[in-house]
Write a protein of this length. Sequence first.
Length: 257
Amino acid sequence: MILRKHLLTILFASLTLASCKFKDKDTPPVVIEPALLDSIFSNSFEAIIPCPDCAGIETTIRIFKDSTISRTIYYQGRNELPETKMGIWKLKDSIFEAKFDREKLFYKIKSGSSILRVGSDLKEVKGDLAKNYSFKRSNPFDLEQHLGSYFMGNQSENYNKLDIFHNKKNQVLIELSSYITNDSLSKCFLKLNGKLNKENIIEVQINDKNDSIQQLMKILFTVREAHLFFENVSKDSIPLKCKDSLNINYQGTYLKR
């Protein structure tokens, strides 16, 4: 009787182990429909990640069919340009494992319009911060949403003002003004014409079109800011002058108000 009892115990244990091995080995993989992947590959996804020493980190990811991924980040409130890094990805079940140089990040497919950033343990963020790690599919760029007035500097002191108006298709009118404290008149006023390029950046040519190297003023947009910078112009050179020959440095980050 005792021998029979031991045999039954051993048989039960063996069946349990076999069952566990079967489950681990034969767990069906998560199958992602090709249509869903095509939707992800053809769109950008945006989120504002929490930041310990800034208002938030505006982040845009773009996943491409050729196993590459781009990540653009911008630290809100800092006078810095957004930075884009390219990486590579591999897909396991519903998780994109992305490598950017030595950094490894994980993104989980939630739907065709939502991707979650998850930890290295592949677990979703829980609690109040969860929504900050959910990347939503971004809407197509709309220039109209970025028109208006932007300011750089304290308006109670010296400051610059940037006004952007829509002229016609992909063409814009730009007005740059510089103001001094306790003076109702602008210290400098410039009127320029620009155009929107394929990367959704406004370009203004500031030298002769016949020059071999084009000097450009560019305006790049983030959520609430416009970033004005120069291309093919040395950092110690200020390319824009007022009528009284004063040099004004308009380069920097402007906040929309």
